[in-house]
Design a binder for this molecule. Sequence first.
Ligand code: GDD
Ligand code: MN
Length: 376
Amino acid sequence: MNEAIRTAPPVPLQTADIPIVSVVVPTFNERDNVTTLYRRLEATFKDVPWEVVFVDDNSPDGTWQVVRELSRNDNRVRGIRRIGRRGLSGACIEGILAASAPFAAVIDADLQHDETQLPKMLSLLQSGAAELVVGSRYIAGGSAASFDSKRAGASAFATEIARRALKVEVNDPMSGFFMIRRDRFEEIAPKLSTQGFKILLDIIASAEGGLKTVEVPYTFGSRLHGESKLDSMVALDFLGLVLAKMTNDVVSLRFLLFAMVGGTGLVVHLVTLFLGLNAFDLPFAEAQALGAFVAMTSNFILNNFLTYRDQRLKGFAILRGLLAFYLVCSVGLLANVGVAFSVYDQEPIWWLAGAAGALMGVVWNYAISGLFVWRK
Ligand code: GDD
Ligand code: MN
């Protein structure tokens, strides 16, 4: 190293330049949005020293190049370009850990979140009123009006699962818009999953003793440019996260009973299939469907008597529960086949793939029917 460089005293920073808040922005194919977001952040933080850390997963559209250009003109802008890794949660974690400020926010690049809420979120953290501030669509004053009905339904369903399964009290745990004290985040970070989309939910569920949380309402807007990266895998990710956080329950006696009942269901199914084919001369597909239907029904009855005897459904609730159970099991079957298929795709061992699928199915049926069929 050049002697002059090595012995040069560090240039002291002006305190006014040291950021108080770091804004972390995960990006994937957001080339046309990042400059607008940067300008809006600049307009938002008039009197507050801030920085922004873009975390880009090597976007094919070259988002990281646009970020690089911004950072060459303004040293409050930093860009992390990740290669060989994909994932929203992992990008957020990496960005927050790279932040230098005591408070870190996460905001989407596509301007669906309302950056004008950031100063309010910051002052809640600075005053000690909160350790975590969540931008919430589902409290008075907030809205997700830009969602179509399908997405709104999925969001509401996932929120309900999270709130019940993980006993989360926040109204919008699926939000991707929040601000947190970095010291608290550092404590929690080793427990977080880098896979998946639901970083906030993971933070809330992983914080031992909880985080003092305040929600501020905002309106979830429409995407400026480009398209959403959420796809059907997100549902699986989400379920995996919920199950991981529920581990105690998975090995409980109730789960074992549930799995045993599932085993009897297999026998019932095969017997019905045999009778359908041989005694009633049904075509195979119909006999198979009948078998599934009878097996689901007998599983429901057995679970209601055995597995959930402490919260047994009675009277009219039986019918409601039975219909819900059919629905849960149908989705479980899709999960079963999906997992078996992807295992088989990697390792063509039929029994391994079949067992993995069956395990997925029983875990799904157990977890979800515990929330919606025999709910407390
Ligand atoms: N680095 C990185 N890697 N960024 C990603 C990835 C990834 O694999 N996938 C998505 N992003 C970035 C996007 O570029 C965007 O800035 C942000 O994460 C949100 O992704 P969108 O694709 O816009 O998701 P959305 O609008 O459908 O979902 C939003 O709403 C959900 C709530 O309903 C997000 O805010 C989610 O976090 C939120 O849960
Ligand atoms: Mn979006």
